[in-house]
Design a protein around this ligand. Sequence first.
Ligand code: SAJ
Length: 417
Amino acid sequence: MSPKIPLNTIGVIGLGYIGLPTAAVLAQAGKTVVGVDVKQSTVDAINDGQVPFVEEGLEFVVAGVVAKGKLSARTSTPRADAYIVSVPTPFTGDHDVDLSYIETAAEGIAENLRGGELIVLESTSPPGTTEHMAEVVLRARPEFTGEPDLPNSLYFAHAPERVLPGRIMVEMVENDRIIGGTTREAAELTRDLYASFCRGQLLLTDARTAEMAKLTENAFRDVNIAFANELSIIAERQGIDVWELIELANHHPRVNILQPGPGVGGHCIAVDPWFIVSSDRESSRLIATARSVNDSKPEHVLQKVLERADRFKNPTIAALGIAFKPNIDDLRESPSKNITLAMADRLEDGTVLVVEPNIDQLPMEFDGLENVELTGLEEAVSRADIVLLLVDHAPFADFDREKLREKVLIDTKGLWR
Ligand code: SAJ
């Protein structure tokens, strides 16, 4: 039986890609939600019923719950029955985790506690981080305890998010969830909170196992993509079409190889495995190697392009796609963007035509690169000597192949084979 404490008012700390959708679905489920963000522009946008980034279906829900007074945003931490911490956990130069955002959130929460509150960490974190967050809170407020069922108890748990960008509003409600408490009572209380909006199974465990489970899921995917990326280089050197190779091998009932590409991007798969590595470098040999295989793929693609470009006097290269994966506008940690930037930087003469159907202007990182233009697909291909396909966006799949016949084609996604 979970402890009998009310879970009516929820403070969500960090209103990014995970925090804001979580706040929105909690408010939709009838909770009174106060979201907190350091960015005043994010707070203002939400209080106007708007969303500061693109995510299918999110704006509709946010507009509705803000209009009903169930969701509001501010820059300071409120009093609440429960808190959800969804702040960034970046890594440092040495691939160690930077927990400063979690610590600051914990200190802000600590000031508002009265006893009996639940504090749930959602940010992806190395094993031991939920316990660390509890320590930060209890150090600031030593009159409270992490032991359950006392008048001065606090409850701490980890409930890692597992939603896929682009499908967040569906997966937030449908996916099963792992919930790890620093005590059983904390896990049960968290289950009661998440049951208000989540239709998937709520699987209870301890906090460390929950932290490791999330990292394991993303490391599993990273290792499997590394296998595909390594195969693509081996196959290229053997004169074998890697896409056909994988398709054939995947007919085996127990083989399911993922797809190679220009590298692994985004803020999860390319980051989270490092948290396992940094927690035990000696034992994480395969996971660390997979990271370096995937991280070296962009340089391999770049070398291939520069080699081909060398044959032209003043080459024009069309770079198709700079997002980190298909059909989204998210350019963060994108290997295709990094390849394009490096290509523009290292080309002695020549022009790079960027085609990215999901954006209207190039990001700031391209400022000062005078040999780069954002253009449409037809124009870029017709002007290009070399066509470099970096992302398998839907509009590229339908392109008339006849128009590619005279071009040097480098297809990193096997879209046009
Ligand atoms: N990629 C390949 N080959 C593939 C699959 C992906 O090269 O066969 C590349 C993509 O192009 C992209 C990167 O990997 O650059 C990551 O894309 P993704 O679609 O695999 O994953 P993310 O980063 O968008 O979301 C992942 C998901 N985790 C898993 O599928 C195990 C999601 O469920 C998590 O919630 C999310 O990380 C997260 O927030 O941790």
